[in-house]
Design a protein around this ligand. Structure first.
Ligand code: CP
Length: 313
C-alpha cells in the first residue's frame, strides 16, 4: 500500500479488517517496525485519532511524533509562486519536504473549510503533501473522508456480527448544533458499499451525500421505515453537500432514542465520537446495552496498526 487516503488505496477491505482483528488479539509486536518513525501532523483537534495512531505506531515498535500545526509549527503557505509577505512564514514545499526527510510515514488531519465545495472536494492540502514528498501519506481525516475511522467501523461490525447472513446496516443523519463535514458519512458509505452488508442511508431532504459516495446504497427520507429490522445503526450528523456546508434543519425527532430502536433488530448503535449527548443520541441509548461506540474507539488502535503495518512494510 503506497498511501492510505481512502478506500481506493485498499483492494481488500475485508482482509484489512481481519488484519486489524489479528492485531487486536496480539497487539504488541515491537520487532515489526523497530527504529522507524511516523509523523502525525494535525491541522485540527483530535482525541481518538491522535492517541490511537500513536499507540498503534508504538505497538509496532515505531517512534510516533505529533506536530500540531498552528500551535507547535509554522503557519503554512499553500499557494504557488506567492510573495510570502503575509502571516504564513513556511511554504508547504519546504514543510512537506522536511517531513519526508524525517519520517517513514506522514499522517495528516485536515478538515474542510465548508465554504467552497470545489476546494474541499479537491483535497488540496492532502494533494500538496503528496506532491512535495515521496513518503507514504496516511489520512487522519481529510476534507471528504475518514478512512481510518471507517476501517475501525468495519472491524467493529465484523467483531459484533455472529449470524450467518448479511447484516442490515443503516447510516442515519442526526441533528447537531453546528455545521459538520460530510467526511465520516462519505467514508462510511464507501466502506459499507465495498463490504458484505445490506447498506442504506436515511436523512432529511437536503442532506443527500455526493453520488460518488452514496453508490448503490438505498436512500430514504423516512427514518422510521429505514431503521426497520436494522442490525447496526450508524448515527452521524453532516452538513448539506448540495447547499454546501449549510445546516438546513435541527429537527430533534431525528435524535436517536430508545424509541427509534424499537423497530430495529435490537440494533447495535454506532458513532465515531465525539458525540453531543441529547442532541445526536439520547443518554438512554449511549448508556444502554446496544451502544458499541467505545468498541469503535478501541478498534481505532488496531485499524491504525493494520494500516501502518502495510505502509511501513
Ligand atoms: N472519531 C475521531 O476521529 O475522533 P477525534 O476527532 O477525536 O480524532
Amino acid at each position: 500500500m503506497k498511501n492510505f487516503l481512502s478506500i481506493n488505496d485498499v483492494n481488500d477491505p475485508m482482509a484489512l479488517a481481519q488484519e486489524a482483528l489479528a492485531f487486536k488479539d496480539d497487539p504488541i509486536q515491537h520487532d515489526l517496525h523497530k527504529g522507524k518513525k511516523v509523523g502525525f501532523v494535525f491541522f485540527n483537534p483530535s482525541l481518538r485519532t491522535r492517541l490511537s495512531s500513536q499507540i498503534a505506531a508504538e505497538n509496532l515498535g515505531a517512534n510516533a511524533i505529533v506536530l500540531n500545526i498552528g500551535k507547535d509549527g509554522w503557519a503554512l503557505e499553500f499557494e504557488d509562486e506567492v510573495v510570502m509577505n503575509s502571516d504564513k512564514p513556511e511554504h508547504i514545499k519546504e514543510a512537506a519536504g522536511v517531513l519526508g526527510r524525517y519520517f517513514d510515514v506522514i499522517g495528516i488531519r485536515t478538515f474542510p473549510g465548508l465554504t467552497s465545495r470545489e476546494d474541499d472536494y479537491q483535497e488540496k492540502m492532502i494533494q500538496a503533501f503528496r506532491e512535495n514528498t515521496d513518503k507514504p501519506i496516511l489520512s487522519l481525516e481529510s476534507s471528504t473522508v475518514h478512512p481510518l475511522q471507517s476501517l475501525a467501523d468495519l472491524v467493529t461490525i465484523q467483531e459484533h456480527w455472529k449470524e450467518n447472513r448479511r447484516p442490515k446496516v443503516v447510516l442515519s443523519w442526526a441533528p447537531h448544533v453546528k455545521a459538520l463535514p460530510q467526511a465520516v458519512a462519505n467514508s462510511f458509505a464507501q466502506w459499507m458499499n465495498a463490504s458484505d452488508v445490506e447498506f442504506s442511508i436515511t436523512h432529511p431532504e437536503g442532506y443527500d451525500l455526493a453520488t460518488e459516495f452514496v453508490g448503490d446504497a438505498k436512500v430514504s427520507y423516512d427514518q422510521k421505515s429505514a431503521l426497520a429490522d436494522a442490525d447496526f445503526v450508524y448515527v452521524k450528523n453532516w452538513s448539506s453537500y448540495y447547499d454546501y456546508g449549510k445546516v438546513l434543519t435541527q429537527d430533534p425527532s431525528w435524535t436517536i432514542s430508545n424509541g427509534h430502536l424499537e423497530v430495529t433488530n435490537q440494533a447495535k448503535v454506532m458513532h465515531c465520537l465525539p458525540v453531543r449527548r441529547g442532541v445526536v443520541i439520547k443518554d438512554e441509548v449511549l448508556d444502554g446495552p446496544q451502544a458499541i461506540h467505545l468498541d469503535q474507539s478501541e478498534n481505532r488502535i488496531f485499524a491504525a496498526q493494520a494500516v501502518l503495518n502495510r505502509l511501513l512494510t
